[in-house]
Design a protein around this ligand. Structure first.
Ligand code: BGC
Length: 742
């Protein structure tokens, strides 16, 4: 054996190593194992001023730059909030006509809120996040949580109803579900974009109490509890300053009080001034110089408020460097969380699992408003007992119309969309016949297609003629996603159903009273025929699986368990915001004041004793539930303590079903006026026939408190409180009182 000199080998190796290039040490910002803040600081220290400024504004309609020189990737933003929007052209609002961007449309957020099921909200977020990820999107522009202030707002369908507690509970799992995919949410539109009319400039004035008690909580929940990574500013002004660069809202409340470390993005075209944008809390400017909606721009992206002008102001010292360092740090943080996160899952698009999530949310969100026997001789029409009928007439344009199209930025390009007619045909086959009954055309952003009276008359006459010989009518109408219906950039102009549907419904009922009505809309509507229609469902916009979800509820395969996330006033003037006239809604085109103050939705109806047609929290089932007398752990609560209220719920009917047990709290005496009662807890339970379950709620002083605007704090005042337990805001079954002691 040859003896090798070990020290010679070592010497050779060392001299070899000396001639090899040294392995470069990974830069901190590139090292995913380093803490995110260290990566942010490191990246920032390597960037030029120009690179920092470049990040703060768009480079295309839906993307913003990274730092190409440093290998830091750009960000891709996409609507939102009901599915991932089709690809848009680089430099215009037109669709790019790709062939790989068809997705699952999930039900509108009103429907999600109507499930009162936070677990489904998580499923929604996760499925949407998976689709966004597969489509290579880094930020989803949603969810929307502007409060439902009145039924004319064209965008109510994208929001989660009128109650801050319900919306707060529902928004958090959506945010977490999306973001666990390494895709950011952008909760919108922060804040007080509660009407579309004059949304670009209307100035909202309101009390601190209304702001803190009603309008801010769902945003706060999305940011603080959900840890949302971005938030979208609103178009309107608040107390004189545009919401997208608003010292009070963005710097003081969001970034100050709530400690938000993420990115504030404009609504598209929502920035108006370089200095304000630099100073008052905005981080990324998108969509400017396009008026946010329709017209294209001759300006390049360097003309954005946060582009060349901003650079010049930074260089001249007119605005401090710290502003751009702060913005760039936030954007880098977002990039590390999303586009530069190498651990994020790959996602998936338009899968069967996502369709199942969409269907289940649709089924659980559909609200059974009414189900009365037709007459002494004819029993309830729902669930449909198909054996009884030979001919089921489906009437209404919404039975066949694609309702994922239209509505503005939430419009979707779906891989599959099952219409209500198709859903019913799949259940009842040849028994189903169809008449359109009315027609609406298509319109977005102002171009309304006028339907001639002769077409209206002939469609109505055809439907009425067919109704005479039908055993059952399933009316599928409501609103749609046209301009001045449930659509961005305009409000509804009337509370009643459009397209002469009231006349159609009345004529149908004259020849055949056996009508089940499914209203597809994101808003409450006036119901002048309500006494004559025996069965009514609120069916929202249900997305890809609309027809299957609706047919499953109509047939009884799924027992309805949705509850209204907002009140349906009898008439428009019964709504609090509308009640106070023009100054309150829509304003004088410059200013408006929220004169109903904290009395939004059921808080108004309850306190002012103006009954709603259908109240907040209402929703029937095909089974029945009984509530036991509630028990309370103690009749006294200390200021650091809590009490537990429990109640047994029993399914007393003959089919399985879900019930939402709702807890409302009333403050019997307070130094400032309070609403009659407020939702402070809810739980959805599934019960088999005969099954019983205990539901309990822990109440702490937090649930008893109100915002005292004299000293800017939430306080719970000692005294008597009432805990109401019910299954709607007006169907209170039980109550128990207790005391908050000093
Ligand atoms: C809408 C936003 C949307 C944005 C981008 C705006 O018109 O108000 O909700 O995310 O456009 O499409």
């Amino acid at each position: 054996m040859k003896i090798v000199n070990k020290s010679l080998i070592t010497a050779c190796m060392l001299s070899l190593a000396a001639t090899m290039p040294m392995k470069a040490q990974t830069a901190i910002y590139l090292d995913k194992n380093q803490p995110i803040e260290a990566r942010v600081q490191d990246a920032l220290s390597r960037m030029t001023l120009e690179e920092k400024v470049a990040m703060t504004h768009a480079q295309s309609k839906f993307s913003s730059p990274g730092v190409p020189r440093l290998g830091i990737p750009e960000l891709w933003w996409s609507d939102g909030p009901h599915g991932v929007r089709a690809e848009i052209e680089w430099n215009s609002w037109a669709y790019a006509n790709w062939t790989n961007d068809s997705i699952t449309a999930f039900p509108a957020l009103t429907c999600l809120a109507a499930t009162w099921n936070p677990e489904l909200s998580y499923e929604y977020g996760n499925a949407l996040g998976e689709e966004a990820r597969y489509r290579k999107k880094d930020v989803i522009l949603g969810p929307g949580v502007n409060m439902y202030r009145h039924p004319l707002n064209g965008r109510n369908f994208e929001y989660m109803g009128e109650d801050p507690y319900l919306a707060s509970v529902m928004v958090v799992p959506y945010v977490k579900g999306v973001q666990q995919n390494g895709v950011a949410t952008s909760t919108k539109h922060f804040a007080l974009n509660d009407q579309e009319k004059w949304r670009g400039h209307i100035n909202v004035e309101l009390s601190d109490r209304a702001l803190h008690e009603i309008y801010l909580p769902p945003f706060k929940a999305a940011i603080v509890d959900g840890e949302g990574w971005t938030i979208m500013g609103a178009y309107n002004k608040i107390r004189g300053q545009h919401a997208c660069h608003n010292e009070f809202l963005l710097n003081e409340i969001l970034k100050g009080d709530w400690g938000f470390d993420g990115v504030v993005v404009t609504d598209w075209g929502g920035a108006h001034d370089t200095k304000e944008a630099a100073l008052y809390g905005l981080d990324v400017e998108m969509g400017s110089y396009t008026n946010g909606l329709t017209s294209e721009s001759k300006f390049g992206y360097n003309n954005y408020y946060l582009a060349d002008n901003y650079l010049a102001m930074l260089k001249s010292g007119e605005v401090p460097m710290i502003t751009v360092d702060d913005k760039a740090s936030r954007i880098l943080r977002l990039i590390f969380r999303t586009s530069m996160n190498t651990d994020r899952p790959w996602g998936s698009q338009a899968t069967e699992e996502h369709a199942a999530v969409a269907r289940q949310i649709g089924e659980e969100g559909i609200v059974l408003l009414k189900n009365e026997p037709v007459s002494k001789k004819v029993a309830k029409l729902l669930p449909i007992d198909a054996a009884k009928y030979n001919k089921i007439l489906v009437v209404g344009e919404n039975a066949t119309r694609s309702l994922t199209k239209g509505g503005g930025s939430s419009e979707l390009k779906v891989k599959e969309e099952v219409s209500p007619l198709e859903g019913l045909q799949a259940k009842y086959g040849d028994k189903v016949v169809y008449a359109k009954g009315y027609k609406s055309g298509r319109s977005m952003y102002g171009n309304v297609e006028v339907i001639s009276p002769s077409i209206e008359d002939s469609l109505r006459a055809e439907a009425v003629a067919m109704a005479k010989s039908a055993d059952l009518i399933v009316y599928v109408g409501g609103l749609n996603k046209n301009h001045e219906q449930d659509c961005e950039a305009g409000d509804r102009t009337t509370y009643g159903l459009p397209f002469a549907q009231d006349q159609l419904i009345n004529e149908l009922l004259t020849v055949n009273p056996n009508m089940i009505m499914a209203l597809l809309s994101g808003n409450a509507v006036e119901m002048p025929w309500i006494k004559k229609v025996p069965a009514v469902l609120q069916g929202w916009y249900l997305g890809s699986q609309a027809g299957n979800a609706l047919a499953n509820v109509l047939s009884g395969e799924t027992n309805p368990s949705g509850k209204l996330p907002f009140s349906f006033p009898v008439k428009l003037a019964d709504n609090g915001a509308i009640h106070y006239g023009e100054q309150s809604y829509p304003g004088d085109s410059i200013n408006q004041t929220y004169l109903e103050d904290i009395l939004v939705g059921y808080r108004w109806h309850d306190t002012k004793k103006i009954p709603a047609q259908y109240s907040f929290g209402h929703g029937l089932s095909y089974t029945t539930f009984a509530f036991s007398k509630p028990e309370i752990s103690s009749k006294k609560m200390t200021k650091d303590g809590s009490v537990v209220v429990s109640v047994n719920v029993k399914n007393t009917g003959d089919r399985a079903g879900k019930e939402v047990v709702q807890l409302y709290i009333k403050d019997k005496k307070s130094s400032l006026p309070r609403p009659e009662k407020e939702l402070k807890g809810f739980k959805k339970v599934l019960l088999e026939p005969g099954q019983e379950q205990e539901v309990s709620f822990t109440i702490t002083p937090k649930e008893l408190s109100f915002y005292n605007d004299q000293d800017g704090k939430w306080i719970a005042e000692p005294g008597e409180f009432e805990a109401f337990i019910g299954n709607s805001s007006t169907n209170i079954k039980e109550q128990v009182s207790f005391q908050l002691v000093q």
